[in-house]
Design a protein around this ligand. Structure first.
Ligand code: PHE
Ligand code: NA
Length: 452
């Protein structure tokens, strides 16, 4: 493992981890989940999950990465040797890699939708469109395997190019430009939403709740979302952690990641709902919130096309900085294990994810309903991928918590966390007992799928 793969600055890990964390999960998934599960009630349970389960596991993942200084698979192999424990823990690396590939494959297809809407905003073709036209536009997009594949290919190619250029010239330099730009755009969109939209209604929706709205389903979704949004259970954070300088504070960094990620989700939620409510639309649109309701809101608002274009640049930038963190752990494995060149490794990972992505593409059209594949799975490929992520992510997170909590000794954790013993003890308690219990709970989410 070459030591030149260490982030150049103390703060670069934070930049990279925030880049990974902030993505479609914040801008697309969080707002529609909040919309479906009662707004403020969902936000509350989500924040609880992030603190009780997300942050302890986040710390554990960074710790395993930095302690092994290897990609997740080779890193777990190394750690099990050091601790003379079962090689079964390597499952963490394999599960993470598998989830990374699967998520990357559909993440890229969804990001492709943002490319489409960026184009529509730039050409102004949705100017003054009505609800029916926007619904049609979206339906036509997902009905076209050709268009979806084209956007999917373009998106993955951009990400692959960045990762192929290496940790410093690729990841670091891209993130240094992307992340500040995204912050500025987010503030512009928030300002626009506050001035043109109905921010009062949006805050009422997002920040207040009644206890009766706290459903079991909402809890389960919140727990799953806290994994997805913090990029946990996929080896992404572990891989980035391997490049983190030893003196950077693990605890502060983990809290900063969680805080920024949550803030972005809340700001995005407020801005999107302000625009959607301002245009007189409803909140509970589901996955179409960003791709149907929001463009509709933009189409009726002053300078809507321009701000809409800027907004979809934000979505794309956030998606790119997340997708590259999904390519990295798998590519790093190929480099470390088989001594492949980085370019070849990245090409292999991307082609694999691209191929898998075709299943997502097909699930919206050729495979939708009444096809042999649909009958085999009983649902579309898109949903199958979601199901896999509802099982493999939490499972990987569970194993990470158990390994870090029970196999690493107190003094090893202290060395990584260089911290006061009371916080260390609290973290160990959370990661040994609370996080595993919380995660076990998420598996309930998967039960309805398994039973069909
Ligand atoms: N955290 C990202 C998001 O919220 C998704 C992601 C998961 C990215 C895992 C990379 C790794 O969109
Ligand atoms: Na996120």
């Amino acid at each position: 493992m070459s030591s030149d793969n260490i982030w150049t600055h103390k703060g670069t890990f934070l930049l990279a981890a925030v880049g990974s964390a902030v993505g479609l999960g914040n801008l697309w998934r969080f707002p529609y989940l909040a919309g479906e599960h009662g707004g403020g009630a969902f936000l509350l349970v989500y924040v609880l999950c992030v603190f009780a389960v997300g942050i302890p596991i986040l710390i554990a993942e960074i710790m395993l990465g930095r302690n092994s200084r290897r990609c997740p698979i080779m890193g777990m192999r190394f750690l099990t040797r050091c601790h003379r424990t079962s090689r079964a823990w390597e499952t963490i690396g394999w599960l993470g890699g598998l989830s990374a590939l699967l998520i990357l494959s559909f993440y890229s297809v969804i990001s492709g939708w943002a490319l489409h809407y960026l184009g529509e905003m730039l050409t102004g073709s949705l100017r003054d469109a009505d609800a029916a036209m926007l619904a049609d536009n979206f339906a036509n997009l997902i009905a076209s395997p050709l268009k979806l594949t084209l956007y999917h290919t373009l998106f993955l190619a951009i990400c692959a190019y960045i990762v192929a250029r290496g940790v410093h010239r690729g990841l670091e330099s891209a993130l240094r430009i992307l992340m500040p730009t995204l912050l500025v755009i987010l503030l512009v969109v928030l300002f626009y939403a506050a001035t043109s939209g109905d921010m009062a209604a949006a805050s009422r929706f997002m920040l207040s709740f009644s206890l009766s709205e706290l459903s079991l389903e909402g809890w389960l979704e919140a727990m799953g979302q806290s994994f997805f949004t913090l990029s946990l259970g996929m080896g992404a954070i572990m891989a980035y952690g391997a490049y983190m300088p030893s003196e950077t504070s693990l605890t502060l960094t983990a809290f900063a990641i969680a805080l920024i990620d949550t803030l972005v989700a809340v700001i995005a939620g407020l801005a999107i709902f302000a625009l959607v409510f301002g245009a007189g639309l409803a909140a509970d649109e589901g996955p179409g919130l960003m791709f149907v309701s929001l463009p509709l809101a933009f189409s009726v608002m002053p300078s809507g096309s321009l701000v809409g274009a800027i907004f979809f640049v934000l979505v794309l930038g956030a998606a790119i900085s997340s997708a590259i963190s999904l390519i990295e752990p798998v590519a790093a494995y190929l480099v470390e294990r088989f001594d492949l060149s980085r370019v070849l490794a990245v090409a292999l990972v991307s082609v694999l994810a691209w191929g898998l992505g075709l299943a997502t593409v097909a699930s919206f059209n050729v495979w939708a309903e009444a096809s042999p594949v649909h009958d085999v799975f009983g649902r579309s490929a898109f949903a199958v991928l979601e199901l896999v992520t509802h099982i493999t992510l939490p499972l990987c997170g569970l194993l990470v918590a158990l390994f870090a909590g029970w196999s690493l000794t107190q003094s090893e954790s202290m060395k990584e966390m260089h911290t006061r013993s009371s916080w260390l003890r609290l973290w160990r308690f959370l990661v040994r007992f609370i996080a595993p219990t919380g995660v076990a709970f998420v598996f309930l989410r998967a039960l309805p799928y398994v039973q069909g």
